[in-house]
Design a protein around this ligand. Structure first.
Ligand code: AMP
Length: 398
């Protein structure tokens, strides 16, 4: 069975066609600049040369149409006809409280997806545009929505209720939701596989450290706590997002700088985090180089980042009463030996002992602890597309 996985952003679209017999990627690609001059698709069919096709794309429907044409293209494609696509799995950022697992898309589900827009006004609309376009172009192909928030719906109220007047939860559904759920789920399942243990018996802390970052406590296979909250702004210091702050700072800055809600929102989401502290970059590669060249603020930014991750790891080990595995994933987690080492330094009290030599890897699956009686430490490259495809297969083959 072939599953097409679609991940729509506001002006971009990532896709993969996966043959689920053997879970092999038949082809993948990225459409860029949708609705902007210079739109193109970069397409890569396994075993063939990569191609870039430039074509004017006014909207997401045009983009999906071009992707489908490319998939069946005689020269660059991976399949002969659209009939070879058995189902489509769509990434959806926010499922609110309505979706605690992936779901087959029908008219009723679409209605609820629209209702979730107010919870994720930047992310859900392009996800929905992608779904609408696919439903129009492939009306008889089953579609599944896979939510970033769903994995965290197992959190208990003591973790998801904010200490605000309770009516705000009742009236506006203001609560902690958590994000990156598909990634946390994938890497925790893979960690259990690597340990050759039943995930139900394991306490795992997963660190998804990328441009957006979050930590998750996975207890017996279920997310019991995670660092992102009502929005992806809560928790760790990130590339450009502040993460946790004293909320009193916000009106204080607005008053001092005479700025509006939109401006303070932009400040906290786009100009803060390690970019804000360093004044250099949100990219950890640039910051590591700047630090090596003696830049004190670059070092401070990395120290703040590391410090926050350590605090969350410690908190989750405490609430789970133990840890069997610590997992690093996403751009920074998979690639930065420096950040992994600094996070683990000083956590020996939690039986976390990283091995300097084993840690000297980039972008590949590896175990980083040599002493097998200590907590397992893994780098596991995330694979959200495969997780989406697996969920899609599970639902459509029922
Ligand atoms: P992601 O959001 O998962 O794509 O991660 C993107 C982030 O990964 C970038 O902002 C980089 O800071 C970080 N990254 C990628 N490669 C490296 C590397 N070799 N060393 C440190 N950070 C890296």
């Amino acid at each position: 069975m072939n599953i097409l996985v679609i991940n729509c952003g506001s002006s971009s679209l990532k896709y993969q066609l996966i043959d689920m017999n053997g879970e092999t990627v038949l082809c993948k690609g990225l459409v860029e600049r949708i609705g902007i001059e210079g739109s193109r698709v970069k397409h890569n069919t396994t075993g063939k040369d990569k191609v870039v096709i430039e074509e004017s794309l006014a909207n997401h429907k045009d983009a999906i149409s071009l992707v489908l044409d490319t998939l069946v293209d005689e020269e660059h494609g991976a399949i002969k006809s659209m009939e070879e696509i058995d189902a489509v799995g769509h990434r959806v950022v926010h499922g609110g409280e309505s979706f605690s697992s992936s779901v087959i898309i029908d008219d009723e589900v679409m209605k609820v997806l629209y209702e979730c827009i107010e919870l994720a006004p930047l992310h859900n609309p392009p996800n929905i545009m992608g779904i609408e376009a696919c439903r129009e172009l492939m009306p008889s192909t089953p579609m599944v929505a896979v939510f970033d928030t769903a994995f965290h719906q197992t959190m208990e109220p003591d973790n998801y209720i904010y200490p605000l007047p309770y009516e705000f939860y009742e009236k506006y559904r203001i609560r902690r939701y958590g994000f990156h759920g598909t990634s946390h789920k994938y890497v925790s399942l893979r960690a259990a596989e690597l340990l050759n243990r039943d995930i139900k018996d394991l306490n795992i802390v997963t660190c998804h450290l990328g441009n957006g970052s979050s930590v998750c406590a996975v207890e017996g296979g279920k997310s019991t706590d995670t660092s992102m909250g009502f929005t992806p702004l809560e928790g760790l210091a990130m590339g450009t997002r502040s993460g946790d702050l004293d909320p009193a700072i916000i009106p204080y800055i607005m008053d001092k700088e005479n700025i509006t809600f939109d401006e303070v929102n932009e400040l906290l989401n786009k100009k803060s985090g390690v970019l804000g502290i360093s004044g250099i970059s949100s990219d950890f590669r640039d910051l590591e180089i700047a630090m090596e060249n003696g830049d004190k603020r670059a070092k401070l930014a990395l120290d703040v980042f590391v410090n926050r991750v350590k605090k969350y790891v410690g908190a989750y080990v405490a609430t789970m009463c133990g840890i069997d595995a610590l997992v690093f994933t996403a751009g920074i987690g998979e690639n930065s030996s420096y950040i992994r080492r600094k996070i683990c330094e000083g956590l020996e009290c939690l039986n976390i002992r990283i091995d300097a030599e084993l840690n000297n890897i980039r972008g590949e699956e590896a175990q980083l602890n040599r002493d097998l009686t200590s907590t397992a430490i893994f780098v596991i490259p995330t694979n959200e597309e495969l997780m989406i495809a697996r969920d899609t297969l599970g639902l459509v083959s029922k």
